[in-house]
Design a protein. Sequence first.
Length: 287
Amino acid sequence: MKADSMIEIQNISYAYEGEEEGVKLAPVIRDFSLDIKRGEFLAILGHNGSGKSTLTRLCNAMAVPDSGKVFVEGMDTADPALEYDIREKVGVVMQNPDNQIVATIVEEDVAFGPENLGVEPAEIRRRVDDALKRVGMYEYRSQEPHKLSGGQKQRVAIAGVIAMRTDCIILDEPTAMLDPQGRQEVMKTIKELNRDMGITVVLITHYMDEAVQADRVAVMDEGRLVLLGTPQEVFSHRQELYRCGLDIPQSAKLTDRLRQMGIPLSGSILTPADFISAFRAYEEGRR
């Protein structure tokens, strides 16, 4: 395994069991390879049914590939003896935070994972406080989770993963059920964890404007990896993205329309900040 790899996926394929015993359905992951670097922020895009959520299961030993290998910090996910060690390294945050919240008080929910790992009570206290502070939810530690907003609940779910001291967090469409403010809160938290704590972040998302904030973007289609690179590289493949049933960021779409109207904005424009900068440069050039 490469020294800088967090998760190394080598030519894996995977199919779910059919209704008849021993009969497999069509593969949902096909000859898939990907090297997830330690400390990077990777976004994974793909339409519904492209295999993104299945890939999540394969990356923390909830499922084992039918062929090929997945290594987490050198540990083979197919080895049953390493299952819990792997899940300590790779934590998963699901789309619906209500499916991950198990306690009636916020701090008790965050403590659930470390308690199951057998961590000493004093250390659990330190981890819970630190995790809640990291996600900006410390002041809500004594509240009931059901009284929180969607974005706040998702941040509590993320704190629960942080408290387990995972090196990598995989977030499976964590903002899909949130309003714009909730999405903004969660994305801010994700970026801070990656930047300030060095946690490897894998974000599975439907939102192109979230993907452009990552270091790299991977695009899946029918269980295969079809594009991989920086956001600038991936979103330059407009036709390939459209073929995969995906879109491009709003700022890039607006830029394309203005260019078609004869307004020659320069540079690779993916974010609102990119667009504002390019438009100002265009206006100054006209003076």
